[in-house]
Ligand binder design. Structure first.
Ligand code: HEC
Ligand code: HEC
Ligand code: HEC
Ligand code: HEC
Ligand code: HEC
Ligand code: HEC
Ligand code: HEC
Ligand code: HEC
Ligand code: HEC
Length: 332
């Protein structure tokens, strides 16, 4: 009897374990594979109330936002008055993003001054609930106008790791925090660090690209809107990205280092490292990952040598043949 119940207990435990594993696996999957709704569902969400009419920015402003910072910022923004009809660009007004506004101001009288004095507020519930829309719908508000023609990399937005992980335009572009709609180079790194703190930690290591010195920023290497490469990297290949600035490493060289320099991250940690020159591992361990060390000495008496790059100094490849008998090595 005891034996049987033990067996049952083991079976139950086994089933529970399997179930837990399935559950865990599906959770991990859910983060990436959020079920996609058809775009038309999101499109419907951003239409706004069908019984409302468009009333124009002047009405929105004079009825309830007359002396607000929002209005002033908007006026000075690219979205505000700077777009002239003769450019042929879509004109932007409050309702381009907030939806038709007639119902929101329906109950507000025409006496602008007294509305302002009494701080009358419009009925925001009649507008689009811009804060609580699902992220893809929020982004679609912007994508109505910002197709790939305005920001070429937005062509890759939908399949980008950001869009797939519920990061949307509003997360990075704060529309009413000032006249600027763009993220400036100075504020980019801090914005990115807010969600990628591990990169901040790497940037603070001894060897680092000069991000914290503000000589560079994340968007020199990444495009947050999407790219053709993994990790949102700019350029067509990993090598092409790095050799934009480090041109002397581009090659092709007569004597290449196998094909290992095709991806510079084989040996370098671009955000930062505790080792010199952003190296992934300290010398000679970096080299010993792929090579056996060796004893050097043409007379056979020399010691095992640790300082590989003392002799193999042209590690990225070279056109100059080595002066030793072993032609082809980039020893110099
Ligand atoms: C390009 C799109 C866009 C335009 C144009 C726009 N807004 Fe907004 N507005 C937003 C977004 C997005 C939010 C949500 C807050 C945020 O994340 O910036 C918002 C929030 C607001 C809020 C609420 C602020 C809060 O903290 O909840 C008010 C009020 C507002 N907008 C008024 C206006 C007025 C008035 C105009 C026209 C002068 C206008 N908006 C034009 C996108 C826009
Ligand atoms: C009704 C059309 C329209 C909508 C909706 C719209 N924009 Fe724009 N936006 C424009 C136009 C037109 C410009 C100016 C031309 C350009 O830079 O492409 C512009 C410019 C910008 C710029 C560049 C500013 C600069 O200083 O160069 C940013 C950033 C921007 N928009 C972000 C957004 C975001 C984020 C949203 C969604 C909340 C949004 N826009 C919604 C039409 C729109
Ligand atoms: C993860 C942050 C992030 C997200 C999400 C994001 N952007 Fe941007 N966006 C930036 C940064 C940073 C820049 C400045 C790029 C630069 O300096 O090269 C920028 C620049 C822009 C510009 C100006 C481009 C130019 O060439 O002047 C527009 C327009 C724009 N974004 C629209 C959008 C729209 C629309 C969305 C949503 C579909 C979006 N962005 C989502 C970070 C973001
Ligand atoms: C010099 C170019 C460069 C700069 C500048 C840069 N990155 Fe990267 N980043 C890369 C490369 C290359 C990879 C891919 C690394 C790999 O393949 O192992 C990467 C990977 C990443 C990843 C993926 C996870 C990881 O750590 O490997 C994140 C997140 C990231 N970068 C964020 C940022 C942020 C945020 C900034 C700005 C503070 C930034 N990067 C600045 C080149 C750069
Ligand atoms: C609102 C939060 C948020 C902001 C702001 C943000 N990211 Fe991300 N980012 C994410 C999430 C979520 C992912 C996907 C999950 C992950 O890999 O962490 C991601 C992924 C990435 C990846 C790819 C990671 C990989 O493993 O391949 C890179 C690169 C990246 N972000 C760069 C940036 C840069 C550059 C900025 C600033 C312009 C930025 N992010 C701003 C949330 C954010
Ligand atoms: C936008 C230009 C730019 C890009 C792209 C770039 N770098 Fe750099 N890199 C720099 C600058 C600037 C420095 C600092 C030079 C200095 O301090 O003298 C630097 C320094 C370095 C160093 C030397 C660090 C040291 O401690 O001396 C290495 C290694 C390096 N980069 C590797 C890479 C790799 C790998 C990539 C591609 C993932 C890359 N870089 C992409 C601009 C760039
Ligand atoms: C096989 C490993 C390896 C690969 C792959 C590699 N590097 Fe290096 N890199 C090194 C080593 C080792 C050093 C330090 C050289 C020294 O000690 O003299 C270095 C130093 C550097 C430096 C700083 C010193 C200098 O020579 O200017 C830059 C910049 C650099 N590498 C860029 C790159 C770029 C760009 C790529 C990709 C095209 C790349 N590296 C690929 C191993 C590598
Ligand atoms: C004192 C100079 C010196 C040092 C230090 C040195 N090497 Fe060499 N290495 C050479 C010479 C010279 C050759 C060519 C030897 C030959 O033909 O026998 C060579 C050849 C090689 C080869 C090519 C072997 C082959 O058969 O094609 C590799 C790989 C290599 N070294 C890796 C390393 C590594 C890894 C380190 C560091 C642990 C290192 N070397 C340190 C001088 C050096
Ligand atoms: C990711 C693996 C990897 C790393 C790390 C690496 N190498 Fe290599 N190395 C290779 C490959 C692959 C070849 C080409 C082998 C071949 O052609 O037989 C090569 C070739 C060489 C050669 C012979 C070149 C010739 O012309 O015969 C030398 C010398 C060498 N590596 C030195 C180094 C040194 C020094 C380091 C450390 C700074 C290093 N390697 C790091 C993979 C690596």
């Amino acid at each position: 009897m005891l034996k049987v119940s033990l067996k049952i207990r083991t079976i139950i435990q086994f089933i529970a374990a399997v179930l837990a594993m399935i559950l865990l696996a599906s959770c991990a999957e859910l983060k990436q594979d959020r079920p996609f709704r058809p775009v038309r569902e999101y499109e419907r969400m951003i239409v706004g109330r069908l019984d409302a009419e468009y009333v124009g920015t002047d009405n929105c402003v004079s009825k309830c936002h007359k002396h607000e910072k929002i209005t002033d910022d908007f006026k000075h923004s690219v979205h505000g008055e700077q777009i002239k009809p003769e450019t042929g660009l879509p004109l932007v007004n409050c309702e381009s993003c907030h939806g038709p506004g007639s119902l929101a101001i329906e109950k507000i009288g025409d006496d602008v001054e007294s509305n302002d004095e009494q701080k009358v507020k419009c009925d925001t519930k009649a507008l689009l609930d811009i804060h609580n829309l699902p992220t893809p719908a929020q982004s679609l508000i912007c994508l109505k106008c910002h197709a790939a023609a305005s920001v070429p990399t937005l062509a890759h937005w939908k399949g980008s790791i950001h869009a797939l992980n519920d990061v949307g335009c509003f997360d990075c572009h704060k529309l009413h925090r000032g006249a600027r709609q763009k993220v400036t180079r100075e504020e980019t790194a801090e914005l990115c660090y807010s969600c990628h703190p591990e990169v901040k930690a790497e940037n603070s290591l001894f060897s680092h690209h000069p991000l914290r010195e503000k000589k560079m920023t994340c968007t020199d290497c990444h495009d947050p809107h999407g790219t053709v490469q993994s990790h949102l990297l700019k350029g067509n290949t990993p090598k092409e990205l790095c050799t934009r600035c480090h041109m002397e490493k581009q090659g092709p060289f007569a004597f290449e280092h196998g094909d290992v320099t095709e991806n510079c991250a084989t040996c370098h940690s671009p955000h930062g490292s505790v080792n010199n020159y952003l190296l992934n591992a300290a010398m000679p361990f970096l080299c010993l990952q792929c090579h056996a060390g060796h004893v050097v000495g043409w007379d056979g008496s020399a010691l095992y040598n640790n300082r590989c790059t003392d002799c193999h100094s042209q590690i990225h490849g070279t056109d100059i043949p080595t002066p030793t008998e072993k032609k082809g090595s980039f020893i110099r």
